[in-house]
Design a protein around this ligand. Structure first.
Ligand code: ATP
Length: 233
């Protein structure tokens, strides 16, 4: 469904990605891991059309999407829950959810307002509250809900639990498990390797803008050295 072939990218003259290969099949959950500054967010930005490619190509659902503007890529069925929970602060919770509503994936049981409130019961009583007045955890739930309301073919979570209190973090992980059980294809970036190995099918580890390891959760669990070599601080 998503395929990156030999993707390179740069911020101006500063090259940060060097020939990334990555693929995600329908219904698969794949993680992108690596220490700080290794290129995870840059890879996501390349997929979403926010960072131009210097080499390679990105295909999604059979079509080439690299080179398209971000709104066209989103319309093709890709949704991003970015780092730092971006919601419209001047709209209410419900307006935020409705603002993005669509059925881009064309699924038969699309996400609706009710389904999002069932997923995050804490949001329902806040429906008419301005999103800018929510706590960090509530804003993150809303950011996930907004992405789901587009009914994407593939949803990308970039550090969705970063900086949240443990209780809220657990709620977001529980929601991600439910989203996954809907058969949703997911690309997830997070530092919690234990949660990721339980949650995902496959993993891709980046180091200095290159893929240095990829494999299944079983392979990751079987070799503790991988985590020490590529992930620990
Ligand atoms: N806007 C930017 N301009 C110039 N260089 C950037 C920019 N954003 C990121 N970089 C550089 O690109 C490289 C990869 O950064 P990136 O944010 O993709 O890493 P990351 O793996 O997502 O890290 P983190 O976990 O800290 O978010 C780093 O060397 C970083 O300094």
């Amino acid at each position: 469904m998503l395929e990156l072939r030999q993707v390179g990218a740069a911020y101006g003259s500063s090259h940060v990605l060097f020939g990334i290969d990555l693929s995600i099949c329908e219904g698969e959950v794949v993680t992108l891991m690596g220490r700080n500054g290794m290129g995870k967010t840059s890879t996501v930005n390349s997929i979403m059309g926010l960072l131009p490619l210097t080499q390679g190509e990105i295909r999604f659902a059979g079509d080439r999407i690299s080179g398209l503007p971000p709104h066209r890529i989103a319309r093709a069925g890709l949704a991003l829950v970015p780092e730092g929970r971006q919601v419209f602060p001047n709209l209410t919770v419900e307006e935020n959810l409705i603002a993005t509503a669509a059925n881009r994936g064309g699924g038969t049981s699309p996400w609706t307002l009710k389904a999002v409130y069932d997923l995050f019961p804490a949001l329902a009583p806040l429906a008419r509250r301005g999103a800018g007045l929510l706590s960090g955890g509530e804003q993150q739930m809303l950011a996930v809900g907004r992405a789901l309301m587009t009914n994407p073919r593939l949803i990308i979570f970039d550090e969705a639990t970063e900086g949240l209190a443990p209780k809220i973090r657990a709620q977001i992980w529980a929601a991600l498990q439910k989203i996954r059980s809907h058969g949703q294809s997911v690309l997830v970036i997070d530092k919690n390797i234990r949660m990721l190995s339980r949650f995902a099918d496959r993993h891709v580890i980046l180091e200095k803008g290159r893929v240095v390891w990829s494999g299944t959760s079983g392979e990751l669990d079987a070799d503790e050295g991988i985590s020490t070599r590529f992930l620990s601080a």
